[in-house]
Design a binder for this molecule. Structure first.
Ligand code: MSP
Length: 627
């Protein structure tokens, strides 16, 4: 078996040897993937977890999805085969006035995206995990049948992604009959390989984790350490997956693929689990009706994880293709990156690769386990009921502020506590002041002194000027950080361009130079071009994180929506602004958020003032105070 050719050596995410170099599957079925080791344009397949629909989304679920969207947008920028017009800024413009603060909002239809992105280079998958006991219980509590319940909650997820400018390519629901077909085929494949057997099991079960627990890991009264709820004793006759058979292969896989689990400290954790000995796990339930029936045993349903993980594969199916594992795998597997929270690392980094090995399919290339958004040190979540409403945050502050804050503030991989004071301060300092205000005052000066017209190309304006070199170095840093999934540092590097611009304009004081006339006037006109070019570069480099804001910046610089959509990372190269270009009327692109104490209004994004009052700090959410 040969190893898979690596797509791009400069990309650390690609620098991952694959399972094929170590796996020696014992299955009798022909491992069809080995016949297709080389695909010409291997896509970058990125996934979020498939969210449980027992309750509507909260900020914890939104966090992974925002991060995934930023990474997908970045990858689309650096892989321009995937037409930018198809990602992030689809064509449809939807007029809506639902939130007061925005007159219009460029929107998109995931369906349009889905159609346009088929076969393209970045495939961003999200979706919902809809089977299992806790979903059935939640449906009953809401007076709905499970199907109606799942329809309503999965729709709520889609709505939120729209609000947050999340431009996914595929939304998979595990109740989709095509997915169910894939799960059945996968189960049968693993069964034929001799890795499924039947046995009795007795143990303590956490319904929120949907997992039998080891007594050693439980708190007092057999409480689950994650959900702080008691586990119930259960005895069932179940089907088991022979995970223990894969101990050696998993050890080898981790040894040969040091990037398989990221960040590195989580790899150590996974190695620890494997070293301590892998136990077979139960993959069916006899007591749960709301699930996919076990092939050849209608009395049992397939365990939610053995169902949901396959969603990453079935999502790849073309809409009109006959649903088969082979077709799905051919459409882009293995995934380049699974983004998950640390609580589901074991499922993704131990169970899932072993399941795939059993079926003769390559494991994903990388699993990145991020930290938790916490409240008072406890994981924010539906079970503890200590959640933060993302929709409320977007309604009050706009999608850019929410995206920027969580991606900049929480070091990706670590936990982070939310504080509304900090949220406001960071957004005001970075987006409103450093970037927004720099753009506004530069355009103001240009309007006053140059009729809003550039007197030089940015290339000629920068001749012999170190400012350009500084910007170029910072952009390079930002790219490296994005590639390493250090999203917070990527934001910082871009912000640093804004800081450099502010320092430069303050030092040079073009407002005085204009007054002096002659060559000083010319110097001042050049300086304004330099700053505007830096802002143009910021708009491209920050667009994965704050796409709407960056579009507003780009249009203030005289570019059309189509031009913005067509940008690639190559547009961060110095030299995009041309002599004679006319800039737009200066308008705030990100207005300062004011608290009641400061001014009685909350200013919103989009340059449109909103007059709703903030009723005191941490209104109605019981949020923790500034850390
Ligand atoms: N359905 C499973 C995933 C199956 S993937 C094939 C599941 N769903 S979940 O809705 O409970 O969680 C989905 C993701 O949200 C997990 O990655 C989890 O870590 C993440 N988060 C839930 N609460 C979170 C925080 N408070 N902070 C950050 N992420 C959190 O598990």
């Amino acid at each position: 078996m040969a190893g898979r050719a690596l797509l791009s050596s400069h990309n650390s995410l690609s620098a991952i040897a694959t399972f094929s170099s170590v796996c020696r599957p014992t299955n009798r079925l022909a491992p069809y993937h080995f016949r297709r080791l080389r695909r010409l344009a291997e896509p970058f397949v990125l996934t979020t977890p498939l969210y449980y629909v027992n309750a509507p989304p909260h900020m914890g679920s939104a966090y992974t999805t925002i991060a995934a969207d930023a990474i997908a947008r970045f990858q689309a920028l650096v892989r321009p085969i995937n037409s930018k017009a198809a990602r992030g800024r689809p064509p449809e413009v939807e007029k809506r006035k639902t939130r007061g603060e925005r007159e219009t909002k460029e929107s998109f239809s995931p369906i349009v995206l889905h159609q346009r992105l088929l076969g393209k280079n970045v495939i961003f998958i999200t979706g919902t995990d809809e089977h299992g006991e806790k979903i059935a219980t939640a449906a009953e509590a809401n007076g709905r049948n499970p199907k109606e319940h799942c329809d309503a909650v999965s729709e709520a997820y889609k709505m939120l992604w729209k609000e947050l400018d999340v431009a996914y390519d595929k939304f998979i629901r595990t109740t989709d009959p095509r997915h169910e077909g894939i799960v059945e085929e996968f189960y049968s494949r693993v069964f034929s390989n001799g890795d499924i057997y039947r046995a009795d099991y007795e143990g303590l079960y956490c319904i929120n984790c949907e997992e039998y627990k080891d007594e050693k890991e439980l708190l007092e009264n057999n409480c689950c350490p994650m959900h702080l709820k008691p586990c119930a004793l259960r005895k069932e006759d179940n089907y088991f997956f022979a995970l223990s058979k894969y101990q050696k292969l998993l050890e080898e896989h981790l040894m040969n693929n040091s990037n398989f689990v990221k960040p590195t400290f989580r790899l150590n954790e996974v190695q620890g689990w494997i070293k301590s000995g892998l136990k077979d796990f139960s993959i069916s339930r006899s007591s749960v009706e709301w699930g996919i029936p076990v092939p050849n045993d209608e009395k049992q349903t397939i365990y939610v994880w053995f169902d949901a993980l396959l969603g990453y594969v079935s999502a790849l199916l073309d809409e009109d293709a006959h649903p088969s594992l082979e077709k799905a795998v051919d459409a882009g597997w293995p995934a380049s990156l699974h983004l998950i929270g640390k609580d589901i690392l074991r499922f993704h980094a131990v169970y899932w690769p072993a399941m795939l090995m059993s079926a003769g399919i390559n494991p994903p290339k990388m699993v990145f386990g991020h930290g938790f958004l916490t409240k008072d040190g406890l994981k924010m979540g539906k079970t503890l009921g200590n959640t933060l409403e993302p929709k409320d945050l977007v309604d009050r502050f706009g999608s850019d502020a929410v995206r920027y804050f969580f991606l900049r503030e929480v070091e990706f991989g670590n936990d982070g506590d939310f504080s509304e004071d900090r949220f406001i301060n960071i957004n005001n300092a970075h987006l409103a002041n450093t970037i927004g205000n720099l753009l506004n005052r530069t355009l103001g000066l240009l309007k006053k002194n140059c009729q809003s017209t550039l007197a030089f190309d940015s290339d000629s304006a920068a001749e012999g000027n170190m400012f350009k070199d500084t910007v170029e170095k910072l952009v390079k840093k930002a790219k490296d950080y994005y590639e390493n999934l250090s999203l917070s540092s990527a934001c910082d590097s871009v912000l640093e361009i804004g800081n450099t611009g502010n320092l430069y304009i303050d030092e040079r004081a073009p407002w005085s130079l204009f007054k002096q006339g002659g060559s000083s006037y010319e110097t001042a006109a050049k300086d304004l071009v330099l700053i505007l070019e830096a802002l143009r570069i910021i708009a491209v480099a920050l667009s994965p994180v704050a796409p709407s804001l960056c579009f507003r910046i780009y249009s203030q610089l005289g570019f059309s929506k189509d031009q913005f959509e067509a940008t690639t990372w190559a547009d961060t190269k110095w030299g995009g602004l041309k002599v004679g270009s006319v800039m737009a009327e200066p308008k705030p692109v990100f207005a300062r958020i004011e608290t009641e104490k400061e001014g009685g209004v909350v200013a919103k994004t989009g340059g449109v003032q909103q007059t709703s009052k903030v009723q005191g700090k941490n209104r109605g959410q019981g949020l923790p105070q500034a850390a």
